[in-house]
Design a protein around this ligand. Structure first.
Ligand code: SAH
Ligand code: SF4
Ligand code: F3S
Length: 472
């Protein structure tokens, strides 16, 4: 609330600020969309508040990748119901909004805005309609738009590490997946607009940039200037940028020059997230992934042959309709063949609108759970052995937080591994966002433990772009 003085009447009037609260679920794309939505709302005069009780407008940025995620939305919508009558407005945005569309108004008539991600660039006009008293405002897109949501108002939650969306939507239509229906058709930003944003971030003191897309390596420069690998190198060569990641890559579009770019460009991180989904070619075929086990393993061999130790991570689905014991066994043997640094495994969840909903030979939940357990156990064993290669190494770590209970600094390596470390006695804690060499003294299946290398001084980002200098 603020008081506004009117010089004509010489009176103060109390103005109720336009306040909003936003809650976000889902992937990094959703997290970053929320950062852009926050920026857009603030530009429209709204103020973000940390508590929904204080907010005039509550936004819920939703995910529908698996049934559990979607159920959360409807659970929250029921909670909204209790808050009705307090003069609050509600907006459901994101993937469930696009998937369910106007049905959300039927289920929750107190919701005023339903908008999918492909319509966020129209948020200012949707907000104006809301302020004018309209109650059923939709921003939906049925794979029509070829525009991207670029805004200079993005409010990034972390001052050191930030996302840039380079490609939106998905044209792959994997048989199990809602994304092509919830995020619209694939559309790329120009290299020039990506590089302008990356340079601006470097000027603001960001040192770590993550390029985002559902299939980030399917990015095609609409201006025809750069390949994806060249874009990676160009972002990595911006002065001040020390780390560049990209997620998520699709095996179908994964080219060898990406590995060559990592080998040649120091700022490109030693990490590729390349989801395989299954180790069985027949399941991959049923999933419409458009590659075979052999095709995937060939890409793995490029990464294994790189000069740098590039960590490889993956997503996997167990219990896809028709997955036999033999198919599942192929997924398990793939774990051993690739030796992943991390695997995110999920039980297949039938999703609305997707072809897999109608596939026969569904697998019982017990079998899915058992396969998930076997997969996670095997992967844990592999990680236990595989992480041991870091023992005794000195690894550069970006400082992220402190764990006072353990007296440890928590950071992240270029391979995206969590590193917990201590410092020599008497040294002050290194600043969040600084980089420090850490000697690894112990390895765990999920993280590394170490000590700050003796005599090292944390490297800190500066507000003006400057090359980093190693201080000893
Ligand atoms: N675009 C990326 C990631 C998509 S969503 C890709 O193609 O790899 C993130 C992960 O969720 C997927 O990799 C997949 O493993 C999982 N996923 C997607 N749909 C799913 C479903 N219906 N059931 C279970 N897991 C699913
Ligand atoms: Fe979903 Fe497949 Fe597109 Fe990934 S590539 S977002 S899994 S449809
Ligand atoms: Fe979820 Fe949509 Fe991301 S379904 S995983 S928020 S693309």
């Amino acid at each position: 609330m603020q008081a506004q003085f009117d010089p004509d009447t010489e009176r103060y009037t109390v103005v109720v600020s336009k306040t909003f609260y936003i809650e976000t679920f889902g992937c990094q794309m959703n997290a970053h969309d929320s950062e852009k939505v926050i920026g857009t709302l603030e530009h429209e005069g709204y103020i973000q508040v940390p508590d929904e009780a204080e907010a005039g407008l509550i936004l819920y940025n939703t995910c529908s990748i698996r049934d559990k995620a979607e159920q959360k939305v409807f659970h929250r919508l029921n909670e909204y119901k209790r808050m009705q009558g307090e003069g609050k407005k509600f907006a459901v945005i994101g993937c469930v909004a696009q998937q369910e569309g106007e049905r959300i108004f039927e289920r929750a008539p107190y919701v005023s805005i339903v908008a999918g991600s492909a319509s966020y660039r129209n948020l200012p006009s949707m907000l104006a309609r809301l302020e004018a008293g309209e109650n059923r405002i939709t921003g939906l897109d049925d794979r029509q738009t070829d525009q991207t949501f670029d805004t200079e108002f993005t409010v990034r939650s972390n001052p050191h590490r930030g996302y840039i969306t380079i490609i939106e939507g998905c044209d792959k239509f994997c048989a199990y997946c809602v994304v092509p229906y919830t995020r619209g058709k694939e559309r790329s930003r120009t290299s020039a607009s990506v590089l302008v944003e990356a340079r601006r971030m470097a000027d603001q003191g960001f040192t770590d940039i993550q390029l985002l897309g559902q299939n980030v390596n399917s990015w095609r420069d609409p201006s025809g200037r750069l390949s994806f690998a060249e874009l990676l190198s160009a972002v990595g060569n911006i002065p001040g940028i020390r780390r560049v990641r990209f997620t998520t890559s699709h095996p179908r579009d994964f080219t060898r020059d990406i590995v060559e770019a990592i080998d040649a460009t120091p700022a490109l991180c030693d990490h590729v997230h390349l989801p395989v989904q299954s180790g069985s070619s027949s399941v991959l075929h049923a999933m419409s992934r458009e590659y075979t086990r052999e095709w995937y393993l060939e890409r793995m061999s490029w990464i294994h042959a790189a000069k740098r130790d590039i960590s490889i991570t993956s997503d996997m689905i167990v219990g896809f309709p028709g997955e036999t014991d033999a198919d599942f066994e192929e997924t398990i043997t793939l774990l051993g063949a690739v030796r992943y640094d991390a695997v995110f495994a999920f039980k297949f969840s039938p999703r609305p609108n997707t072809p897999a909903v109608h596939m026969a030979d569904s697998i019982s939940d017990e079998v899915k759970s058992e396969r998930l357990r076997i997969l996670n156990d095997r992967q844990r064993e592999i990680q236990r052995e595989h992480y041991a290669r870091h023992l005794g190494q000195t690894i550069e770590v970006m400082v992220e937080s402190f764990n006072p209970a353990r007296g440890q600094v928590v950071g992240r390596s270029t391979q995206n591994k969590t590193v917990n470390f201590t410092q020599a006695e008497g040294l002050s804690q290194p600043p969040i966002g600084s980089y420090l060499p850490v000697q690894i003294t112990r390895t765990m299946p999920n993280c590394l433990i170490g000590e700050a290398a003796p005599g090292s001084v944390p490297l800190q980002a500066t507000r003006t772009p400057q090359p980093f200098v190693v201080l000893n």
